[in-house]
Write a protein that binds this ligand. Structure first.
Ligand code: SF4
Length: 325
């Protein structure tokens, strides 16, 4: 059963107009960061949301948690439409929906000991008393392999390595026993060796806590550690979604094929390699028809006129591309 489902989710940001634009009454333009996204994640499963920077994946994660207000569409959490919940109602629900950001230094208070920062999360949600909270923090620090926990508890973020800080952020998110975690480029700033340790830890914790996860990344290679399914985003739209293995071993959309061909994985060597032509278009003026057409080596006439819709190509595998009509 789906724990989280988004239906036709949209988030448009208005582009600032200059005085001349206002004088000439030019129509307002929008960055369509998320433009009609649909997906669901079953309880205990993990979906990798993959795409280049500017594809809208981070905005999607933020809108799901209502850190940004959606322009349109619905967010259903545990069968309940949370799209219009008040700030107070969302504050209560936030215990069940946590986010792990890319930069732990930016998400931790530099003047607060890390143990206190984790404890503070419990305090905000009225969990436990002072001594039980401290014990819970020690236990969670040990669970994310930060030991000796009593020593780590007293440290400031600057006294820890990047990998240790990200473990603190994970501990702070998981101590509330959330049901949904949005991991937004959670390992992107770490060295390769630390990155794989953190990915393994995330996968272990996901299983142990039966977490449902939206794993946002620009690096498709990292999804193989933690994702059951993958959704590929391009210019605000999902262009392909399906089981991890189907997408990884049998990508259908030319953009997904380009992403996969860039993964340095020996088992994928035989895949045809290509780099999309040109740069990602300006999200204010998205191309007509298929948004990928200016960069696609397989484009046809129809691609410039008609926007392809997500269609089932095999079980649990959908693609938005006219090649599969
Ligand atoms: Fe390429 Fe056309 Fe498919 Fe778009 S719809 S990805 S342009 S073939």
């Amino acid at each position: 059963m789906a724990l989280i489902e988004v239906q036709n989710l949209k988030k448009y940001f208005p582009v600032k107009q200059g005085p001349i634009d206002v004088l000439l009454r030019k129509p307002r333009k929008f960055v369509k960061a998320v433009d009609g996204v649909n997906f669901q994640i079953d309880e205990g499963k993990s979906l990798g949301l993959v795409g280049e920077s500017g594809s809208g994946k981070t905005t999607t994660g933020r809108v799901i948690l209502r850190l940004e207000e959606p322009t349109d569409g619905k967010i259903i959490f545990d069968g309940r439409d949370i799209t219009k919940l008040s700030k107070e109602e969302m504050r209560k629900l936030r215990k069940e929906m946590q986010i792990i950001f890319q930069d732990p230094m930016a998400s931790l208070n530099p003047y607060m000991r890390v143990g206190k920062a984790i404890e503070h999360a419990l305090e905000i949600h009225g969990i436990g008393d002072r001594s039980s909270r401290k014990e819970m923090v020690f236990e969670m620090l040990r669970r994310v392999n930060l030991e000796p926990a009593e020593d780590i508890y007293r440290r400031y973020p600057r006294e820890l390595s990047g990998g240790q800080r990200q473990r603190v952020v994970i501990a702070r998110a998981l101590i509330l026993k959330p049901r949904l975690v949005v991991a937004d480029e959670a390992v992107a700033m770490l060295d390769v060796s630390v990155r794989s340790q953190l990915l393994r830890l995330l996968q272990d914790l996901r299983k142990e806590f039966n977490l449902t996860m939206l794993f946002i990344t620009h690096d498709l290679a990292t999804t193989k550690y933690v994702c059951d399914e993958i959704a590929v985003m391009y210019l605000g739209k999902i262009v392909e979604v399906g089981d991890f293995e189907d997408i990884y071993l049998n990508p259908k959309h030319p953009y997904t094929q380009a992403l996969i061909s860039a993964v340095p994985e020996p088992s994928l060597k035989k895949k045809k390699k290509f780099i999309p032509e040109g740069e990602t278009p300006n999200p204010i003026d998205v191309p007509s028809g298929c948004r990928f057409h200016p960069r696609c080596p397989y484009r046809m006439d129809i691609c410039m006129k008609e926007e392809p819709q997500l269609k089932v190509v095999e079980e649990n595998h959908k693609v938005a591309c006219h090649l599969y009509n």
